[in-house]
Ligand binder design. Structure first.
Ligand SMILES: [Cu+2]
Length: 332
């Protein structure tokens, strides 16, 4: 690319585009923490960043000095040739070891602190990573939901991560570090979300064609708002009327019932629990806003929206899909 204006322009363009992806407070930022775990990580990150900046300064200034001081001068004699220098060699062995030590101590401390067993009052949630969506079960509350995890602010949370199919990784950057979801193994993640808000997450371990489409949303809310959410999740859905009743009838006589649970209607386990589907803001694991049009498109041909999806197209007619959407979005 050297010296060719078009490729230099292309390079500049690529650099600008890449830098445009950087945002201090984007939805998946790691530097605006919303939990104790994320704060601990940010602390280590700060130490490493400033240590690196200091080292870079020393190295670059030293390099510039050597380049200027010892550059070849016209007519200059050959400089003194040195072979082996015990002091220098000791110095450049010990100095990096010290740097690593300075980084290792707080890192190991944080690893231990974030692996501590959960507090007795912790809220337990089982997280199942599936191709390509997330299931959340609150065993003590009798709530099962998908893709949208609600947590009360100020209460410790103990997540148990299970992988029924392949390896995934649960990652909500503003709430803490990644933790793998491994079949046949229970991994734990404890954290204390302290700031109400919406947090975006993403599967962070390649798990198949729609890995990139395996997002999630965490809603951290004040304890009373969380209680209201729990009550709504547990309530028996109201009997639908009109187009929604028609949607319910279509649902009940279709293959949907083999894969999905709607409390009191069906008890399938291959797909997300839809009992309160209408209360979710996103559709398809963070892929689309949960609107009637998006839902109709999803129901008619899910694979057109999410490649590889484990939900088949059932050949629904437009009117059927619309009635189903009315029914499902009414489930809150
Ligand atoms: Cu994945």
């Amino acid at each position: 690319m050297r010296g060719h204006p078009p490729s230099r322009a292309r390079f500049a363009l690529a650099a600008v585009a890449a830098a445009g992806g950087c945002a201090w407070d984007g939805p998946m930022t790691t530097v605006v923490p919303g939990s104790d775990f994320a704060r601990e990580i940010l602390h280590v990150y700060g130490i490493i960043t400033w240590a690196s900046v200091g080292i870079a300064l020393v190295v670059f200034v030293g390099l510039a000095w050597v380049l200027l001081r010892f550059r070849e001068k016209p007519g200059g004699a050959l400089p003194v040739q040195t072979r082996g220098h015990t002091l220098l060699e000791l110095a450049w062995t010990i100095a990096p070891a010290l740097v690593l030590l300075v980084i290792a101590i707080p890192t190991i401390q944080v690893i231990f602190r974030t692996q501590a067993s959960p507090a007795p009052q912790a809220l337990h949630v089982t997280v199942l990573g599936r191709q390509w969506w997330w299931e959340f079960r609150y065993p003590a509350l009798g709530v099962v939901t998908a893709n949208e995890l609600h947590l009360p602010a100020g209460r410790p949370v103990a997540l148990t991560l299970e992988g029924p199919d392949v390896i995934h990784s649960f990652w909500v950057p503003r709430l803490g570090g990644k933790r793998d979801v491994v079949p046949g193994r229970l991994n734990r993640l404890t954290l204390l979300p302290d700031t109400p808000g919406e947090y975006w997450g993403q599967c962070a371990e390649f798990c198949g064609v729609s890995h990139a489409n395996m997002g999630l949303r965490v809603v951290v809310e004040a304890p009373d708002a969380f209680e209201r959410w729990v009550a709504a999740q547990r309530a028996t859905p109201a009997e639908p009327a009109g187009a929604a009743a028609e949607g319910k009838a279509i649902y009940a006589r279709s293959a949907c019932v083999g894969c999905h649970t709607i409390r009191g209607v069906s008890a399938g386990v291959l797909g997300p629990d839809l009992t309160t589907f209408g209360s979710r803001r996103m559709l398809g694991a963070g892929l689309l806003p949960n609107t009637p049009d998006a839902l109709v498109a999803w129901l008619k041909d899910p694979a057109a929206i999410k490649p590889g999806v484990k939900m088949p197209a059932l050949g629904l007619r437009d009117a059927e899909a619309r009635a189903l959407a009315t029914y499902l979005l009414g489930l809150k």
